[in-house]
Each structure stands twice: as C-alpha cells, then as structure tokens.
Design a protein around this ligand. Structure first.
Ligand SMILES: [Zn+2]
Length: 257
C-alpha cells in the first residue's frame, strides 16, 4: 500500500473527476492521501473531501505564494485544527522564486503557522523554494525541538535535507525525482534514510515519468515509489512499507484503516 502525503485533490481538474481519481487510487493500491490546503477561500473544499472520504485527510494553512489574501491567524489555524480529519498545519514556508521584493509578510505568515503547530502539536507541511537558509533559520528560531513535519516536494541539496532531518523533519519526494535531469535530487533520494522518507504527488502538478506533462493524480504516487526503489536497488514493497509507516507515525492523528 502507498500513501500520497501531499495532493490538491480539491483543485477543479481533479475534483471534477473525483470518482475516477478514487478508483485509480484503489487500482494502484494507494490507500490514503493528504489533501493540502493552500488558502482560506478554498479550505472548505479541502475539508469537504476529508469529511466525505474515510481515506482522505486534510491540512489547514495558507501557501506562501498567495500574496494578496487575508492573513491567517494562529487562532484560526488552531480552531480549524480541532477537526478530527485535520492532521497537519500547512502548506506553509517560504518562496523567493515565485515572489520577490519585500517578503517580510511571507516570513511572518510562516512564523504564524509554526506557532499554531506548537500549540496544536500537529506536524508542519513545509514548502521551500530558493529560500532554504531562511526556512531552516526560522524553523530553528520558532520551533526547534517543539515542532516536526515534512519538507514537501523536496528539491534541495543533501545539506538542506540533513539540516531538516536534524530538526526532526521528514523528506518527501515527488515526481520530480523521476525526471532525467534531476541528478542531484536522485542522489539525495538514495541517501535519505528510509525511516525519514515520505512520497507524494503534489497533484495536479508534477506528474512523474512516464506521465510527465499530464494532469497528475494521487494514484501515480506509485511511480515515485518505484523510481526510488530502483535508485536504491531495493524492492518497491520496502519503499511502500516504510513511507506508509512514516506517514502514520508523523501524522499521528490519522488512523490507518
Ligand atoms: Zn502543494
């Protein structure tokens, strides 16, 4: 069994064909998926999926790429996190690639999420792009020893992976690891201990080989696992077992059923 630790199944291109997506998950032995929130207006659609489907879970948070939106407060995040199907805070983090200029608001929003994670004890889902030094620094300042979580859709160096793991974080690989040119990332995927690894699709984005360029879906997380197994010279079952176990260890509020 595989678990997709990060998808956006509530996005129109996926939810429009929800029955097909869920059937494909079952056909590919993808037992569970975490539907990740990106902003407040779309959050109800994330929660609705998790409420309707026993094997889907939700997170609550506001993605760093949404600039002109209502800022989430610690109170809002903590209140929403009381819901039994909300198992994580995020996605949050820093993105200096998509946005430039004065990004103080982005760092402040990140700190708000870390504070909510501390209060609730829920893990953080971290997005970091061209901003790894600040991401690690702020995590240390706000939460060292008090929060854990996952570096989602990991594309950074081994040094960043190691720093994140030292803070108690897991490293999640997406379809990017299957791309031919992602040589450095493949090396990281060989080195990260299996007990610290998660897998994800980040669908509808980043479809793995051999579906690159198509609309991604949770069922295809299997191809991420197959590629990592190949890289490491181990069985797909080993990757599946470890990453599924890790998912339910990190997101302890989720119940395996
Ligand atoms: Zn995402």
């Amino acid at each position: 069994m595989f678990v997709d630790s990060h998808c956006h199944l509530n996005f129109p291109e996926l939810v429009e064909h929800l029955d097909d997506r869920l059937t494909a998950m079952a056909d590919n032995k993808v037992s569970h998926a975490l539907v990740v929130a990106v902003n407040q207006p779309e959050y109800p659609s994330v929660l609705a999926l998790a409420e309707a489907q026993p094997h889907l879970y939700a997170s609550v948070g506001v993605h760093p790429d949404y600039e002109d939106v209502v800022e989430p407060t610690v109170e809002w995040l903590v209140a929403e996190a009381q819901h039994p199907k909300v198992i994580a805070i995020g996605e949050t983090g820093l993105d200096y690639y998509r946005l430039t200029g004065d990004l103080d608001w982005q760092r402040e929003r990140f700190r708000v999420h870390i504070r909510a994670a501390k209060q609730t004890g829920l893990p953080l889902i971290i997005h970091t792009r061209s901003a790894s030094a600040d991401t690690i620094r702020i995590l240390r300042e706000e939460g060292e020893g008090k929060v854990n979580g996952v570096m989602h859709c990991f594309t950074e160096s081994w040094e960043v992976a190691r720093a994140a793991m030292e803070l108690g974080f897991y490293i999640s690989f997406s379809g990017i690891v299957t791309f031919k040119k992602a040589e450095e990332l493949k090396e990281v995927a060989k080195r990260v201990p299996l007990e610290r690894m998660l897998i994800e699709t980040d669908s509808p984005y980043l479809a793995p080989m051999p579906f690159r360029g198509k609309t991604n879906q949770p069922a295809w997380v299997k191809h991420v696992a197959e590629h990592i197994a190949d890289l490491r010279g181990i069985s797909v079952a080993e990757v599946a077992d470890a990453t599924t176990r890790n998912f339910f260890t990190l997101f302890a509020k989720a119940k395996q059923s």
